[in-house]
Write a protein that binds this ligand. Structure first.
Ligand code: COA
Length: 340
């Protein structure tokens, strides 16, 4: 039977560290407010907000280079690219094709996934299905974001802009027919579109008007159209229900229990959400990985960055049962369970 195994993992974050105190120079906020509500102490931002070289696909490229190296593979070995992001270089085409060019892959397929904080889980599901079907051998799965160019750093946007950060993570998922128990055991995805506007960026889009509106009547476009709008409390309440649900679902489908789990790597949405989930599932500190303190919420990039750091910090060893789980805009949520 063909299984998907994680052959290599890598991440990349820009050098520019933005602390809570730095943000308090730009808007009415404090380190205390941000730390207490979210656990975030700092995040990374692209140095120059107008830099057209340092793009989301470039961040994905930097993370992919590390993942390929760790997998002992080259770009020519990759059969397909799945790129998850909500902050692409262009409205279209997507980042997958930019990455194909940057890496110098053959003219392989490149798919973009638009599932926000759950994007990486959805991206892994595609790669896993292609591998298990026998269609591809090595699939590059990337989550990358540059949020800092699209956030409202005035007081009006402070409830959102303090949370998000820039970065990228990548994995190479490869097929294996080995008789060991390594590999992806279950993949789970959900959506509830009635809550689309609880966490949304409306422009550009067919609902809020296209560029012709902007040209003919720029006054029609408001800050609410172009910046993310989030009903924070509402998102929080749904997240703390959906995270545990999908983690238990992943275990149950694989015939495992919460006691079998060695490490939970949740999407880094908010430290308080992760701590709530940890308590509910009675997980000791060593069984959950959190790095939101350093990077904020990097949306589709948060899980692969955390996975990469968990490996670098020796938090995962071969044979460990690991669960990735996410919740976010859509609403969408899901989980991936694997043996490392
Ligand atoms: N600094 C200081 N004050 C701020 C602030 C900031 N950065 N952002 C908002 N405030 C103010 C609000 O204006 C409000 O003031 P008021 O009471 O005078 O009206 C007050 O703080 C409380 O705002 P509220 O939005 O109710 O705070 P909260 O306790 O719900 O925390 C979040 C806000 C966003 C941190 C919290 O709701 C959250 O984390 N939600 C989940 C978000 C998330 O995970 N999103 C990603 C999903 S994947």
């Amino acid at each position: 039977m063909i299984k998907s195994v994680i052959a290599g993992v890598g991440h990349y974050v820009p050098e520019n560290i933005v602390t809570n105190d730095d943000l308090s120079q730009r808007m009415t906020t404090t380190d205390e407010w941000i730390t207490e509500r979210t656990g975030i102490k700092e995040r990374r931002h692209r140095k120059n907000r107008l830099d057209s070289e340092e793009t989301t696909s470039f961040y994905g490229f930097k993370a992919s280079e590390v993942a390929l190296k760790n997998a002992n593979l080259t770009a020519k070995d990759i059969d397909y690219i799945v790129f998850a992001t909500l902050s692409p270089d262009y409205f279209f085409p997507g980042c997958g094709v930019q990455l194909q060019e940057l890496l110098g892959c053959d003219t392989i397929g490149a798919l973009d996934v638009r599932n926000q904080c759950s994007g990486f889980i959805y991206a892994v599901s595609v790669a896993d299905a292609f591998i298990k079907s026998g269609m591809y051998k090595n699939v590059l799965v990337v989550g990358a974001e540059i949020h800092s160019f699209g956030l409202d750093f005035s007081d009006a946007g402070r409830g959102v802009s303090v949370i998000f950060g820039d970065g990228a993570g990548a994995i190479v998922l490869s097929s294996s027919e080995a008789s060991d128990s390594r590999g992806i055991l279950s993949v789970n995805m959900h959506s509830e579109g009635k809550y689309a506007e609880e966490l949304v960026v409306k422009f550009p889009g067919s609902k809020s008007g296209w560029s012709d509106n902007l040209l003919s009547n720029p006054d029609l476009i408001t800050a609410e159209d172009i910046y993310p709008v989030m009903n924070g409390n509402f998102v929080f309440k749904h997240a703390v229900t959906r995270f545990p649900e999908t983690i238990l679902e992943a275990l149950q489908k694989a015939g495992k229990t919460i006691e079998d789990l060695d490490l939970l790597i949740p999407h880094q949405a908010n430290l308080r959400i992760s701590q709530y989930v940890q308590q509910l599932l009675h997980l000791p500190d060593e069984k959950i990985f959190m790095n939101i303190q350093k990077y904020g919420n990097t949306t589709a990039a948060s899980i692969p960055i955390a996975l990469s750091e968990a490996i670098l910090e020796g938090r995962m060893k071969p044979g460990d049962l690991v669960c990735l789980s996410a919740f976010g805009s859509g609403f969408t949520w899901g989980s991936v369970l694997f043996e490392y």
